[in-house]
Design a protein around this ligand. Structure first.
Ligand code: CP3
Length: 338
């Protein structure tokens, strides 16, 4: 079994496995070239050979321990009736603002309309060696709901919070619908070659603890309960989740992904039953290589020795120079547990 899957199961490894959220992306010249040829981002996602190529680009360049299939957390909303475009920020032309809008969402079961992702997974799976794990992913119910209600990326989340506060039962129904749909979607990904899955709760950090419990963690548990039987490790990524460590401790998943606002050593004490993933500030990759190496080694020293996956604390940004990514990855790859 490869390093990544062993670390998810908290088994011993020679060094931490490493991959990077949003590793296929605009900081890579070969990605920009592929994107230019494809025309637009959704076309890339919907063309299995192009999605597979984008998935493999960072693997070829850096020899990472995991490949994450190229898509977006919002693409599975399209077969549910959501009118989605990217420019490059996501835009939803028909946001969900009331019970009637929710009733118009069509959860496709069995999953239909994202067959391109299944094909991309199969293509990638066929060209990866056994040392590299293949990851599927989805958005967490709260994060998807925030896009569905706001219609785009939000700073203040006023619309979605207003919805949840004024119509709590309808909002519960929205996040439950999303949890059930994403459970089916992940099952399909595993059937087509995903060996582990990550659930991105990118906006859980916008919530007070009480609200996070009801609006984010409750439906995340529902999604995790429905995927427990898949037999693959599940990573719950809690961006901005430092205030939620206590609540994450009994979340029924194998790995918790954290950002840079958390000390990994303390997180390991708070989350004894989970493997951890993270958490270098992506902004650190804008610095000189020596400083990137120093910070990466400090992160590895703070992290638990078993059950740890090296990553950034959030997606790599388009401005990061390739040598910055290189300095990060090579430092982890050169590290050895005695
Ligand atoms: O990680 C990977 O390399 C796999 C591909 C992947 C993308 N998006 C491709 C993408 C993954 C795993 C995602 C997840 C995603 N998408 C998240 C969760 C991770 C996070 O950053 O918190 C979120 C919140 C989104 C929503 C989204 N998609 C936004 C806000 C944007 C625009 C801003 C941006 O980063 O460009 C996107 C577009 C997007 N998704 C791009 C890519 C490569 C850029 C498209 C382009 O080439 O123009």
């Amino acid at each position: 079994m490869n390093r990544f899957l062993r670390a998810c199961r908290r088994e011993t490894v020679d060094r931490p496995p490493v991959w990077v959220m949003r590793q296929a992306g605009r900081y890579l010249p070969e990605y920009r070239e592929l994107r230019h040829r494809a025309g637009d981002f959704l076309t890339m996602c919907r063309t299995p050979s192009i999605a597979a190529e984008a998935t493999l680009q960072p693997i070829r360049r850096f020899g990472l321990d995991a490949a994450i299939v190229f898509s977006d957390i919002l693409t599975p909303l399209v077969p549910m009736g959501v009118e989605l475009s990217f420019s490059p920020a996501p835009h939803i032309a028909n946001p969900v603002r009331c019970a009637g809008d929710l009733d118009r969402l069509r959860p496709p079961a069995p999953w239909r309309g994202t067959e391109f992702l299944d094909e991309a997974l199969a293509l990638v799976s066929a060209s990866l060696d056994d040392d590299t794990a293949l990851l599927g992913f989805c958005g967490a119910p709260w994060t998807l709901a925030s896009y569905l209600v706001e219609g785009t990326t939000s700073r203040s989340f006023t619309r979605v919070k207003s919805f949840a506060l004024h119509e709590p039962e309808v909002f519960d129904r929205l996040v439950d619908t999303l949890a059930d749909a994403m459970a089916d979607y992940l099952r399909t990904q595993v059937e087509h070659g995903a060996q582990a899955v990550q659930i991105f709760d990118s906006w859980v950090g916008a919530l007070a603890i009480e609200d996070a419990r009801r609006w984010a963690l409750r439906p995340a548990r529902r999604l995790l309960a429905a995927t427990a039987g898949l037999g693959v490790p599940r990573i719950y990524y809690a961006h901005g989740g430092a205030h939620l460590l206590h609540d994450l401790a009994d979340l029924p998943c194998e790995v918790i992904g954290l950002d840079w606002r958390v000390d990994l050593g303390r997180a390991a004490l708070a989350l004894p039953g989970h493997a951890l993933q993270g958490n270098l500030d992506p902004g650190a990759l804008m610095g000189p290589d020596d400083e990137i190496r120093r910070r990466t080694l400090a992160m590895l020293a703070a992290a638990p020795r078993r059950g740890y996956i090296a990553n950034l604390g959030h997606g790599i940004t388009p401005e990061v120079p390739v040598h910055g990514m290189e300095a990060f990855v090579r430092t982890v790859q050169g590290y050895r547990y005695e």
